[in-house]
Design a protein around this ligand. Structure first.
Ligand code: GLN
Length: 490
């Protein structure tokens, strides 16, 4: 086994025992990036010098045994929507080409304080809009389980990096499924925390009432460790919650005995692949064998979550993306004869097709005369979805379902049909609209491709989601399956 195969927890022990150094570990991951990076295309930028500098500093800290934290010396990848001071950050968009933020995101600062090592910026769909990483303004990412397949999106680069050994763990962002769906499609663990649990200061905004940052890891323990490091109130993000952060590791092993777990009947959507459905049903049975009681529940407004999301998210995006005008950040079109032309040319050339589609949809939905019919209506639907979850959580402790109705699909399969692409997120979007938290954990392979089980818990009950996911993981071997790209180097 090579160092890059291991989990944060194992590596932490080895670093602490001085069995390995962070420089050695970081070099092992950088070598893997060198070996397979051309095939996955997971990174937009590898910050090798920064990584080695941080690794040296971590080794100092480990040597002096001063303030050694669970992430000290651990190489981590960051989705390109996260600002890192003086490191190019583009959100996967050409319009931010050449932009280097003057400050770091709060999550980045927190990881720095832990002594983590930054490997670089991972590829993603432009401004996190997409489900396959094919909307990246630079290049698509390839799934380490099958290079002709998508890794999911929008955090496809982070997912592929973790699944190929090009990072030990990564951060992603999830507005409608962008952590969980790529985690499912690449056989890793992805957690979308509750809105407000993790600060978004320094996250390049897509849809501000939905965006959350969260961990993408090899297993549930690592997910808990990474969440522990980034969660908590931040005075610089007014939407971050002052609620205290529990000790996620403390309750991880408490099991599911006596728990009531609900299976929303609406989550077995039309078009779900039979092999995916089979894996999910098997996973549910396994949790029942672990002592949970399983009952069917109904979230009656699930079918309108997707349409509501595709009003609300584009509406917020159209407002957030107004700031990219060629003056303040990144790319500036050449040859404009006046200011208006400069705005127009910059946006025409800088944004990709999907981003333009969303800006148009969103601007339309917010325009006078249509606001009531679309935006306001969608907000009302959102309230119904929040109520669906509240009602379900009076009967059950948490909910179970698939993360994605399909396994990773071939590159190009859905690029001509935006609606088919949007349908990928049909079972991840309700959790974003409903202000709850959710985790995807590997639960099998269908035709050699990973399937993810989604566990949804009430708002600020990440402890519960992690505990259920861990009970499942501890009873199975699915999370140990390695992608061919990672396994090849073993
Ligand atoms: N695929 C969804 C979209 O395109 C979700 C994206 C996300 O969570 N960032 O909007």
């Amino acid at each position: 086994m090579k160092l890059f195969h291991r989990t944060i927890r194992d590596l932490h022990q080895m670093l602490r025992d001085r069995e390995i150094s962070s420089v050695e570990l970081t070099q092992s991951v950088l070598d893997q990036i060198q070996a397979v990076g051309d095939r996955t295309k997971a990174y937009l930028l590898v910050t090798k010098e920064l990584a080695l500098r941080q690794a040296h500093a971590a080794d100092e800290r480990l040597r002096s045994k001063r303030d050694v934290r669970p992430l000290t010396g651990i190489p981590i990848a960051l989705k390109d929507v996260l600002c890192v001071k003086e490191v190019a950050s583009t959100a996967g968009s050409k319009i931010l080409k050449g932009f280097t933020p003057p400050y770091s995101a709060t999550v980045v600062e927190r990881l720095e304080a832990e002594g983590a090592v930054f490997l670089g910026k991972t590829n993603c769909d432009e401004f996190a809009m997409g489900s396959s990483n094919e909307n990246s303004g630079y290049w698509p990412v390839h799934n380490p389980w099958g290079l002709d397949r998508v890794p999911g999106g929008s955090s496809g680069g982070s997912a592929a990096a973790v699944a190929s050994g090009e990072a030990i763990a990564a951060l992603g962002s999830d507005t409608g499924g962008s952590i969980r769906q790529p985690a499912a499609l690449t056989g890793i663990v992805g957690l979308k925390p509750t809105y407000g649990r993790v600060s978004r200061y320094g996250l390049i905004a897509f849809a501000s009432s939905l965006d959350q940052i969260g961990p993408m890891t090899r297993d549930v323990v690592d997910s808990a460790l990474l969440l522990q490091a980034i969660a908590g109130h931040d005075p610089r993000d007014s939407t971050s919650s002052p609620k205290p952060v529990p000790d996620y590791l403390a309750t991880l092993g408490d099991g599911v005995k006596g728990m009531r777990l609900g299976v929303p009947k609406e989550y077995f959507v039309a078009g779900m692949e039979p092999a995916v459905e089979q894996s999910i049903r098997d996973a549910i049975r396994l949790l029942e064998q672990q002592g949970a009681s399983i009952e069917e529940v109904s979230l009656p407004h699930s079918d309108v979550a997707l349409p509501a999301y595709y009003i609300i998210a584009p509406a917020e995006a159209s407002s957030n993306l107004a700031r990219y005008d060629g003056v303040r950040y990144g790319y500036q079109a050449e040859g404009a004869r006046n200011l208006i032309e400069e705005y127009m040319l910059t946006r025409q050339q800088g944004f990709g097709a999907e981003v333009k589609r969303r800006i148009m949809l969103g601007t339309y939905a917010l325009s006078s005369g249509y606001y009531d019919a679309y935006y306001l209506q969608a907000q009302k639907v959102r309230t119904l979805i929040i109520d669906d979850f509240k009602r379900a959580f009076t009967k059950v402790d948490a909910l179970l379902g698939a993360t994605s109705p399909t396994v990773a699909f071939p590159l190009g399969a859905k690029t001509q049909d935006p609606v088919a692409m949007y349908l990928n997120d049909i079972i991840t979007i309700p959790a974003n609209l409903g202000n709850v938290c959710a985790i995807s954990v590997p639960c099998g392979l269908a035709d050699g491709l990973p399937v993810g089980l989604q566990v949804i818990a009430p708002g600020f009950r990440e402890d519960l989601a992690l505990r259920i996911a861990f009970a499942f993981e501890a009873a199975t071997e699915f999370h140990k399956a390695q992608s061919p790209l990672m396994g090849a180097a073993a």
